[in-house]
Design a protein around this ligand. Structure first.
Ligand SMILES: Nc1ncnc2c1ncn2[C@@H]1O[C@H](COP(=O)(O)OP(=O)(O)OP(=O)(O)O)[C@@H](O)[C@H]1O
Length: 366
């Protein structure tokens, strides 16, 4: 008969490959019970989109088998970690993580990446929201094929939903008023703030914010208004795009916002006949930025006609062609991003604990 201590000691040998901590110290084992040799517990992973979920599950089963446990009842769930320092600010308390998607210049596929990332995360079972912060040229509703007139209930705007994702965009309001976006900076900042404060986002694991390109009013307002978990930089391999991406990285570094990593879009064209990957715009640009600025490289998204077609017709790849190479690239990137967010959240929580400990030691001294 095994004991609780033996089970825990054995599970302590299972280490999360990304967080480099054992699953017991991480609090991933819940409701452990042993009855007549039957071992039951819940394995609570840090995100349903973690790229190592099946590895961890396999290692747990191996650990239990080597302990001689024959009857194992393991329930696997996921609870996304909070990657936002909320103590200073109570805005969006139900939102665990905010991912702001930025690029140096327009047209690199920032909205395409945001939309497909939201779809890929939602598919894993995570609760996802998508905020289109491009006030002048909102394209999220079009890309998602979503026509809606958001209702206001109890003074809160209800975000329309598609594929389980809550979406808000100025596009919904232009459609009602037939107006084009010609707003000045302060008004843009006001609208962006309203999208954060007056929309009923509720409980979300990930709120993705599609920022307008560059380093203008909207990115600044967002970075200064709410605690963001991290920025995702989208670039294409061309030097021009990369040079401006570097400027955006500089701005977010100055604002002390963590950078999740860099996604390289339109990286290569895959030949439909021989599957050869042709790097039309040069190879390794995104990786170069990642090495230079010591920010993680998230992955490459191919240049593919279906991506453009899907965006133009409101059928993004992850939704309409989930088994295609382009969807696999988006899904893989989404998993790496979810893993990175768990790392940022763990580091943030460790820092908060260290600060709290230092403060209490200081208080004792005084
Ligand atoms: N990997 C890709 N393969 C083919 N077409 C793509 C790819 N990524 C984006 N596109 C197309 O490129 C165009 C620009 O993409 P998108 O609107 O996402 O860029 P953006 O960076 O958000 O631009 P902006 O910020 O100026 O609105 C769209 O027509 C989109 O369908």
């Amino acid at each position: 008969m095994v004991t609780v201590d033996q089970v825990l000691n054995s599970l302590k040998k299972v280490v999360d490959p990304e967080l480099h901590k054992d699953i017991v110290s991480m609090g991933m084992i819940k409701d452990l019970s042993i009855n007549d040799g039957k071992v039951a517990f819940t394995l609570e992973l840090t995100t349903p989109a973690c790229p190592f979920n099946s590895d961890i599950e396999r290692d747990v089963r191996t650990a239990m088998a080597s302990l001689g446990v024959k009857d194992l009842n393991m329930r696997v769930t996921a609870r996304v970690m909070e990657g936002r320092a909320l103590s200073m600010d109570e805005l969006l308390p139900g939102v665990k993580n905010i991912i702001a998607v930025a690029s140096g210049k327009g047209g690199v596929g920032k909205t395409t990446v945001s939309v497909n990332l939201a779809l890929a995360l939602a598919k894993t079972g995570a609760k996802v929201g998508l905020l289109d912060a491009d006030i002048y040229g909102p394209s999220v509703p079009l890309m998602l094929g979503l026509k809606a007139s958001p209702e206001v209930v109890n003074n809160k705007i209800q975000p329309p939903m598609v594929e389980g994702i809550k979406v808000i965009s100025m596009g919904f309001f232009y459609e009602q008023s037939q107006q084009a976006g010609i707003y000045r900076g302060p008004i843009v900042s006001g609208i962006v703030k309203q999208f954060l404060t007056d929309v009923n986002w509720g409980e979300l694991d990930y709120l993705i914010i599609d920022l307008p390109p560059g380093t203008g009013d909207a990115p600044l307002t967002i970075a200064q208004t709410i605690p963001i978990t991290g920025i995702l930089i989208v670039t294409t391999p061309q030097d021009v795009a990369m040079n401006v991406a570097v400027k955006a990285i500089g701005m977010f570094n100055k604002l002390n916002v963590p950078i999740i990593g860099v996604v390289e879009n339109m990286s290569y064209l895959q030949c439909p006949h021989c599957s050869e990957q042709v790097y039309l715009f040069g190879q390794g640009g995104g990786k170069k930025i990642s090495d230079e600025f010591k920010i993680p490289f998230i992955g490459e998204i191919p240049l593919h006609p279906q991506i453009r077609e899907g965006s133009d017709t409101g059928n993004p790849s992850v939704m309409s062609q989930p088994e295609s190479i382009q969807s696999h690239a988006f899904t893989k990137a989404a998993k790496v991003i979810a893993g990175r967010i768990s790392i940022i959240a763990t580091e943030m929580q460790a820092q908060e604990q260290a600060e709290a400990k230092a403060a209490s030691e200081q208080a004792k001294k005084e």
